[in-house]
Design a protein around this ligand. Structure first.
Ligand code: PEP
Ligand code: CO
Length: 453
């Protein structure tokens, strides 16, 4: 292995290379290095502590947001509704799992997208694929598809604007769970929500409010933990120029922190053990996620775990399995077995292994396959004495029509298909998913053994 530095990845193969003008890129990277960090090492270390607790069975992680954020959607409405659905889902999960939930948004930096092909052909014209707003633009013109390093600065700015709004919203008011009017469904005026889902949510939020009052009356200190709605940020650390430029040492702490986000993750397409992404992420102090799909050999999953967390530090490594509902039972057990004895937080992404294309060419995912992947993943961990410690969704607080099931038929898909990339659960589907998951967590709780060490 080479000696690690924030730039040592440059000597390794990048599976998703970007064709930049080197001089222009170097100028932008130098500017980005001088700008203030987006998050702090204290927050990063706090998240690591919470993830360690999730690993030990004392918390549950809810990670979610857009497949791809875009600069155009950096708006107060979109940000608020994303926070609200995450907050509401987390309350439902608190009820089901009787555990504090760690909320991690796929936001404030989810601007770079890996692609299955480097170029796209339309009407005989071949142009670079759209790699997300951090790299190029979606319009199918040579100008828009040119990799523009200035977008790294624009991405930083939009991430900062998003984060600023998230921080002010969560600091007071909106996410203070003592003000249920902020998280009550009536606040949303969702006429389209089925009556039973609305009743279920209202019943469970009333119970939660009652429980909060009861615990406070007892002077229970731990209540702070449950009621302070913190949000952490995460994104796929695909563009290593962006990540590396914001990676630095901080006073009175050892090592380097990637301060673009609290929890960066490595995608399924860039997790090669000798590749640039593993090289970069093995050296930073942040907790790091890694997506693993059904084709990863168990021995390679173990190699990844060792490379990314050589000291077996608690809360450091998040393995995000995304097998597809039909492949969980055949692919996941050997991997979980291979990692037995290592400290890993297991999270299930039930989205990326369940993408299908309709006969008319629309990418979609079905609610029942998404739920089935989570249920089967719970089963695998339970059977092996391991523990599923979190879930990872692509979702939005808006009424989009991108996934089927939960009120959306294949014929509805073109009504409001707004994703810049993969299909997301809409507001109703996301809330319904949380209820199904909460019900499942209740049964896991009823039959659980202590997690193995
Ligand atoms: C994603 O999370 O949007 C993504 C591309 O996932 P994966 O790397 O698991 O395919
Ligand atoms: Co996606």
């Amino acid at each position: 292995m080479p000696i690690w530095s924030p730039d040592s990845f440059r000597g390794c193969v990048d599976a998703q290379p970007i064709d930049y003008d080197d001089e222009a890129l170097a100028r932008v990277v130098a500017r980005l290095r001088g700008l203030p960090p987006l998050v702090t090492s204290w927050e990063v270390e706090r998240l690591k502590t919470l993830l360690a607790e999730a690993q030990a069975g004392r918390r549950f992680v809810l990670q979610g947001g857009d497949c791809a954020e875009t600069f155009d959607e950096c708006s107060p409405g979109a940000i608020t509704s994303k926070l609200k659905i995450l907050l509401q889902m987390s309350l439902v999960l608190v009820q089901g799992g009787k555990l504090p939930v760690v909320r991690v948004g796929r936001f404030a930096g989810q601007y770079a997208k890996p692609r299955s092909r480097p170029t796209e052909v339309r009407g005989g014209v071949e142009l670079p694929s759209y790699f997300g707003d951090l790299v190029n633009r979606a319009a199918f013109t040579p100008e828009a598809r040119r990799a523009d390093p200035e977008l790294l600065i624009a991405g930083y700015h939009h991430a900062a604007l998003t984060l600023n709004f998230v921080r002010s919203l969560t600091d007071r008011g909106f996410s203070d769970l003592h003000h249920p009017e902020n998280w009550d469904l009536s606040f949303f005026e969702r006429a389209d929500l089925p009556a039973e889902l609305r009743d279920e949510y209202q019943r469970s939020s009333a119970q939660l409010a009652e429980a909060l009052r009861f615990m406070e009356a007892l002077g229970e200190r731990a209540i702070d933990d449950l009621t302070r709605a913190e949000f952490f940020t995460s994104h796929e650390g695909l563009n290593l120029h962006y990540e590396s430029a914001q990676t630095r040492t901080v006073p009175r702490r050892d090592g380097h922190y990637d301060l673009t986000t609290h929890l960066p993750w490595i995608g399924e397409r860039t997790r090669a053990i000798s590749g640039a992404h593993v090289e970069f992420f093995r050296g930073i102090r942040n907790p790091v996620g890694v997506k693993i799909g059904p084709t990863i050999p168990a021995a390679e999953a173990l190699e990844l775990a060792i490379a990314l967390n050589p000291g077996d530090e608690p809360g450091k490594l998040v393995m995000i399995s995304r097998m597809g509902a039909d492949r969980v039972a055949s692919s996941l057990p050997a991997i979980v077995e291979a990692l037995r004895g290592r400290r890993v937080l297991w999270v299930c992404d039930p989205m990326h292994g369940n993408t299908t294309v309709t006969p008319s060419g629309v990418k979609t995912r079905d609610f029942s396959s998404i739920l089935a992947e989570i249920e089967r993943t719970f089963e695998v961990h339970h059977a092996l004495g391991s523990r599923l410690g979190g879930v990872h969704f692509e979702l939005t607080g808006e009424d989009v029509t991108e996934c089927t099931g939960g009120g959306i038929t294949p014929d509805d898909l073109d009504k409001n298909y707004a994703s810049a990339c993969d299909p997301r659960l809409n507001y109703r589907q996301a809330l319904e998913m949380a209820f199904r998951l909460a019900a499942r967590m209740k049964t896991v709780r009823a039959s659980s053994r202590p997690p193995r060490g």
